[in-house]
Design a protein around this ligand. Sequence first.
Ligand code: ADP
Length: 370
Amino acid sequence: KKKIAVMTSGGDSPGMNGVVRAVVRTAIHKGCEAYAVYEGYEGLVRGGDFIKKMEWHHVRGWLSEGGTLIGTARCMAFYERSGRLTAAKNMVLHGIDALIICGGDGSLTGADRFRSEWPSLLDELVTNGDLSIDQVAPYKHLNIVGIVGSIDNDLSGTDATVGCYSALSRICEMVDYIEATASSHSRAFVIEVMGRHCGWLALLAGVATGADFVFIPERPQEHDWREDMRVVVNRHRKLGKRKTIVIVAEGARDKDGNKITPEEIKDLLADKAEGGLGLDTRITTLGHVQRGGTAVAHDRILATLQGVEAVHAVLEATPNTETCFIAMNENKIVRKPLMKAVQETKKVAKAVDAKDFDKAMSLRDTEFAD
Ligand code: ADP
């Protein structure tokens, strides 16, 4: 019987439990044994009880649970060859034939590295005397499949990552709460959302809440953002808007690549000098509420369909198959080359089309309203 293991790694995201559930149950349904590696790569390096056999009922009710129940961790040891060597040994000792990893681009980069080194890791284990030739013989090829779990929607090549719509929904809900109090007191709020390198959450939250202004990492303002924001907010206020909502991603940058902080934005909104906006301004950092909570329907569905497809990809792989990850393109679940997506992610930032964004943001101008 083939032994298929599933692991969650890197930052947690809503929907990861749905992935584990789908992998475990599909594996069993296909006549394989299912395993879970607890605590990400840390569990692979530690071995022993960190690698557990999973039964059908173990994942009962997991679709509606937030976070990841098999744990995740940042694992320094896995960055080193010695750590990956121990991980390889543990895989062979547990008889794991294939590994399905749900994580961000770091986790998937680690996975690809592990796979490319695999033959040399086995050789070294035999040379060291850790394992015998007979022990490693059935595991000549490491079969790895990735699923992107990330709230940031920051991987190229897939329309959505598992968790991104849950985080976006949470942000919208929070902004709605803040808007009520902002309107009551006629205040301005600067709301910081997650996204160090990718502005997808900030941008789409801006569209979904009708925010006055959005700052993101990858589309540095073309002009002086101070002047632009002053003009926009002034216009909105003159038109009678009683609230001002500015959404800023953690990694927001100006046109010269300098960081834009919530404090700087607040100072500008609150500026009482002649010609300044002079608004009563507060900063709210949403923080980890964006990650927590249950997954929205979209993430549960994505997790389930991708988990099922990952097991099929594992079972259909041949020694010559390129390592893939499971993506969603135009509403279809597809397999795509893993490393190409990771490399493209480093080159081009993913956001909605700039033109679409401009069109959507033009709705915030109440110029046509009386
Ligand atoms: P994410 O998967 O969310 O991007 P990280 O970048 O922290 O999160 O990666 C998660 C884990 O994956 C790391 O703690 C490390 O164990 C492993 N990892 C990441 N990048 C590499 C790499 N280049 N080589 C080996 N392992 C890596």
